[in-house]
Write a protein that binds this ligand. Structure first.
Ligand code: PMP
Length: 384
């Protein structure tokens, strides 16, 4: 039997796939996997479809269509007051995941260390380990998931090369405070580290809170990579159009990795996303308002049922404690139980930790039509 690399040979199926299969088998409302079931601007769908027929279907430029790179830069200037050179400081990738992989492969060597924060998006750890790095993980604690200096300092060493954080954060909905970003910046500056910010939920920030990209931080503009995704900003997760933005010298090795990884991304989708990024402020504002309403409506419903939803300042998830309902079950058991019995699927928060510790939290994805969320609450009410 040919030997595969242990990182992938030993990786199991992701919990998202497992719960989606279980949801399908039980006819459950799937609030597990994080994908929207609505909200695509129809004009973008039509533009992508028309461009397949009217535009080129050959390899577009390796860094991305110039019009999309210009749109990414203009979007960063409009919403974040950050000036980027579209020719040298923007790279289009096949989803944020490719941008993350390109960045980690470009910057990590065997023996290096990367600092991550739990709970975390499940792709970070295997990519970092496949790049040969050791992961040093800071565990943030509910309900506020705050980072303090002592916990960060405890994982930094002479081998640290990269600090990666997700803002707003999946699954917790945490929006990183200016103080926390200052803390990361001060350590990155002192130790000459690269900071990678996964900012795919940049437009999902609630209650008029202010999101600031890492590139707006004076000490991070020349040592950080900002990663975005059209999948999240336009509710088009299947398109897998992402972008990395960084100082030209920082971006260059990432571009080289992308060159050999995928080289490019479908041109019709890039063309449509370029148009999407130029939509007016009202489009992005409406997305935020709509998601905030869903978060509030679903959290209130959960509270009535005896769950304890945690505060979320961003992203489209609600994490809720379930121990008032069942103390005897682990989060995974609880998710299986409600998927098969109440026919509503969620994700155990333990899946967002490297060591899969038992937690008393489950994550519901709320970027679904109101009637889908209502149906989920009705089923849970009948059941509880
Ligand atoms: N980062 C985070 C935090 C995510 O939640 C996701 C999608 N679930 C991604 C990256 C992946 O984005 P994409 O589909 O553009 O690769």
């Amino acid at each position: 039997m040919p030997q595969a690399h242990p990182v992938f040979a030993q990786a199991g199926e992701t919990i998202f796939e497992t719960m989606s299969l279980l949801a399908r088998a039980n006819g459950a409302v799937n609030l597990g996997q994080g994908f929207p079931d609505h909200g695509e601007p129809e004009a973008l769908l039509r533009l992508a479809a028309e461009t397949i027929v009217t535009g080129s279907n050959q390899y577009p430029p390796m860094r991305g269509l110039p019009e999309l790179r210009r749109a990414v830069a203009a979007h960063a200037a409009r919403f974040q007051n950050v000036t980027l050179d579209p020719d040298t400081e923007v790279l289009v990738t096949s989803g944020a995941t490719e941008a993350l992989a390109d960045t980690l492969l470009a910057y990590l060597s065997p023996g290096d260390e990367i600092v991550l924060f739990e709970p975390l998006y499940d792709a970070y750890v295997p990519i970092a380990r496949r790049a040969g790095a050791t992961t040093r993980i800071v565990r943030l604690e509910p309900p506020h998931w705050r980072l303090d200096a002592a916990s960060l300092d405890a994982v930094l060493s002479d081998k640290t090369r990269v600090i990666l954080f997700n803002n707003p954060m999946n699954p917790t909905g945490k929006l990183w405070s200016a103080d926390e970003i200052d803390l990361i910046a001060s350590r990155a500056k002192a130790r000459d580290l690269l900071v990678v910010a996964d900012e795919v939920y940049e437009h999902l920030v609630f209650n008029d809170a202010r999101f600031e990209t890492v590139l707006a931080h004076p000490d991070l503009r020349r040592r950080a990579v900002r990663i975005g995704s059209a999948g999240k900003s336009f509710s088009l997760t299947g398109w897998k159009v992402g972008y990395a933005q960084a100082d030209a010298a920082i971006l260059e090795p990432i571009v080289r990795c992308h060159q050999f990884m995928t080289f490019t991304t479908p041109p019709n989708l890039q063309h449509a996303v370029a148009a999407g990024l130029q939509l007016d402020d009202a489009f992005f504002g409406e997305l935020t308002t709509r998601m905030q309403k869903k978060r509030d409506m679903f959290s209130a419903g959960l509270r009535r049922l005896g769950f304890e939803p945690l505060p979320a300042q961003g992203a489209y998830f609600v994490c809720a404690r379930f121990d008032q309902l069942r103390k005897d079950l682990s989060d995974l058991e609880f998710c299986r139980w409600i998927t098969t019995e109440a026919r509503v699927a969620a994700i155990p928060v333990s899946a967002f930790y490297d060591a899969r510790p038992r937690t008393d939290l489950i994550r519901f994805c709320v970027c679904k039509k109101d009637e889908v969320l209502d149906e989920a609450l009705t089923r849970l009410t009948r059941f509880v």
